[in-house]
Design a protein around this ligand. Sequence first.
Ligand SMILES: Nc1nc2c(ncn2[C@@H]2O[C@H](COP(=O)(O)OP(=O)(O)OP(=O)(O)O)[C@@H](O)[C@H]2O)c(=O)[nH]1
Ligand SMILES: [Mg+2]
Length: 356
Amino acid sequence: MKVKRYIGNTNQEVMQKIKEELGPEAVIVSNRKLRKKGIKGLFQKPVVEVVAAIDDAAYTDKSSLDTRDIKRLENIEYQMQYMGSMLKSLINGAEGAEVDKKYITYYQNMLDNEVDKDVAKSVIKRAEELYNRDKIGIYESVYNSILYFIGRPKPINVYPGQQKIVLFVGPTGVGKTTTIAKLAAILSIEQHKNVGLVTTDTYRIGAVDQLNLYGEILGIKVEVVCSPNDILQALRNNRDKDVVLIDTAGRGLNDSKHQQELKETIGTAKVDEIHLVISGNVSYKNCLDTIDSYSFLPSYKLIFTKLDDMTRYGIILNCCFTAGQPLSYITTGQNVPDDIQLAYPEEIAKHLLERP
Ligand SMILES: Nc1nc2c(ncn2[C@@H]2O[C@H](COP(=O)(O)OP(=O)(O)OP(=O)(O)O)[C@@H](O)[C@H]2O)c(=O)[nH]1
Ligand SMILES: [Mg+2]
């Protein structure tokens, strides 16, 4: 770390000097106006004093350094990060104090990645247990703790001779129909399964056409169901299929008629698994409301859509933690069928422990 004091008549003049000498990576440590000491100074224009600093690594080619130097620089970097985390947690109030010092950087990184404070504290609590029990490193303990709370992803597994009926639910516009189209394509084209498509969404104008369009491309006839009672006929028409994907209408969260219809559909259709689709680019509060309003479901898997529209992944951990349900897929764009993949907890955990 190189620290230097610069004096000049104006801010601009001093900044120019710093830029020339230390380069654009320099950080300003302090900036103040000074008067010369003594009575004479009172009558003179104040001068500007700026203290600037630059990390050695910022202007030294790392490849020319030996390993010991690199280790030293990395250590300084870690210590600065640690100090930054300590400062932030002090600013945030007493919360940081409840977290063991050795975890403070990871705790702060989780918060910066929009992990909820209570969730982050639970992660750290379990990490400490794992650290003591399994004699593993600090990073490994907190990483494993996140994996524990996210759980193993559960994709749609289709076995020969066992038809699977899968229902997709979720708020309006989260990407249910698009996700079903992606999954139908993957299951039929890549996994050579015989796929059936059913929609109960007769509320929204164009909803049936939307699924029909994908159905036509894949050569799958879409069965349209107008009431929960009609679903049995739709399923009879699909009895030769390995897997049947049922699309539903996105409705207001507190729509009790919608909830009742869903319950009837689940019961009548003898649904094998339900996937709750949540858009990743909304607030955690919004997700909590969604999870709450679907708490009447017996159990489900979580699909996160629109990850291409989000920068922080904390919401995924928050939702898994709160819902206590496993992930299945994540989607990363509008392209059918490319923008979908099995959820990857390891990548999510890694992201959450890095500085955003
Ligand atoms: N950026 C982005 N957009 C997506 C993704 N998935 C779906 N969308 C878009 O989100 C919009 C709504 O998608 P739909 O599949 O119609 O959503 P839905 O949940 O079926 O909507 P309703 O049936 O009206 O409740 C469309 O413009 C999709 O292209 C995704 O992963 N990323
Ligand atoms: Mg839809």
